[in-house]
Write a protein that binds this ligand. Structure first.
Ligand code: COA
Length: 386
């Protein structure tokens, strides 16, 4: 049977960064609460001319530059911070990237889980038509009200994932564990630009979904715990993954050391929560930084509040190291422009979506920018006109 899975992953993030040390100082909080207690160091903040479309397009551009458009007939855009209630964000990306018209584009939503649903759909499309390649884009801006417990767990970022037959990076195995429970741990009503979250409930809901998805994976004939050499998890904050994994290890009666998850936290500790993109950014970090994955089985746990969980496993393709982009992600993270707490809060206050006509200042140096709203419609453009 043809192997189907992840051929490439590209990452984008916001133009700015807020160091959590600065937020801790402003709020009179011990910085160790952020670095150790929740396991985050900083978070990305979009410039006024950035949003999910510009970040998603930047990540997707890298994929198209590397692999061309041949065989791409489907673009799936997953987000929970959509910019329009009707038009899929992926249609803007399609236009910016100049993709062929013989392409279907749609947006998917189920909190942070949407990107994994998109990858599952992509795997199905490629299984039916192995000559096709599916471009999955997951992009989000995590925004909570200032002066709430969730404020330090904001973030922004995007991942573009190319799903193909005979992939360079990971063959995804057919068995998956899934779990759904109706729970109000996190949500964003239509009249709000910031999410509402019951942080403590989100921890127990995440843990329940992880253990439930594991049990379902076992029932589906998936691999044993001891056959999985590495794990990556959705990371609303990295400590969440540790808390959940401790419970799973207890559940299956296996030893677990927190340090086992450290490499997969490397990028997310810097971007903050990127919702749908979080698990793919974690996976990119693992593939970039772990040298011993040739032919090894890894597990990927995706969680979307509300709530849906899914546990996938895959075999890392021998030779994956030849396709690493580690330098690229590090330089993206290092290039972010630091904000003071006042400047971040000013951007936060101005960050709500609007249908009023506006012009956005030129700030971002990413390939595409949000120019503003004209005639009630959002306008995007390349950052450098050539
Ligand atoms: N040094 C080290 N650790 C410290 C500390 C210090 N000085 N002060 C506190 N901590 C630890 C606490 O013990 C706690 O650890 P534990 O959870 O292992 O017990 C952790 O830091 C957080 O402290 P807590 O008081 O619970 O934080 P909080 O009330 O400020 O809220 C979150 C933390 C994560 C719940 C909150 O940021 C949140 O709701 N974030 C959003 C979560 C989310 O997005 N959920 C939905 C998606 S799944």
């Amino acid at each position: 049977m043809t192997a189907i899975g992840i051929h490439d992953i590209a990452i984008a993030t916001g133009h700015h960064v807020l160091e959590l040390d600065d937020l801790a100082e402003r709020l009179g909080v011990d910085p160790a609460k952020y670095h150790v207690g929740i396991g985050q160091d900083a978070f990305s903040v979009p410039a006024p001319d950035e949003d999910i479309v510009t970040m998603g397009a930047a990540a997707a551009k890298e994929i198209i530059d590397r692999h061309g458009v041949e065989g791409i007939r489907t673009v799936l855009f997953a987000t929970e911070s959509g910019v329009d209630q009707s038009k899929a964000a992926g249609v803007f990306v399609h236009g910016l990237l100049g993709l062929p018209q013989s392409v279907r584009v749609v947006e998917l939503k189920q909190a942070c889980y949407g990107g994994t649903a998109a990858v599952q759909l992509a795997l199905g499309i490629v299984a039916r038509a192995p000559h096709e390649r599916v471009l999955v884009i997951a992009a989000d801006v995590a925004r909570y009200d200032v002066d709430t417990a969730a404020e330090p767990t904001q973030g922004a970022g995007a991942a573009a994932v190319l799903v193909t037959a005979d992939p360079d990076l990971i063959e995804i195995e057919p068995a998956a564990g899934v779990f759904t429970a109706d729970v109000d741990d996190f949500w964003r009503p239509n009249d709000r630009s910031t999410a509402l979250v019951d942080g403590r409930l989100s921890v127990t809901a995440y843990v329940d979904a992880f253990v439930g998805a594991w049990d379902d994976l076992v029932a589906q004939g998936g691999p044993g715990y001891e056959d999985i050499v590495r794990w990556v998890h959705h990371q609303p904050f990295t400590k969440m993954a540790i808390k959940a994994h401790r419970k799973l290890a207890q559940h299956v009666g296996q030893p677990f050391d927190d340090a086992e998850l450290a490499l997969g936290f490397t990028y997310n500790k810097q971007t903050g929560n990127t919702y749908t993109a979080s698990i793919w950014i974690a996976l990119a970090a693992l593939l970039d930084l772990d040298d011993e994955l040739d032919g090894q089985r890894i597990a990927m746990f995706s969680y979307g509040s509300g709530s849906v969980g899914e546990l996938l496993t895959g075999i890392v393709r021998p030779g994956y190291r030849a396709h690493r982009r580690e330098g690229r992600v590090r330089s993206l993270l290092e290039a972010r422009v630091p904000l003071t707490v006042d400047a971040y809060r000013e951007l936060h206050a101005a960050g709500a979506a609007t249908s009023e006509d506006t012009e956005r200042p030129r700030v971002t140096t990413a390939p595409y920018r949000f120019a503003g709203v004209r005639g009630g419609a959002r306008r995007y453009e390349p950052t450098t006109q050539d």
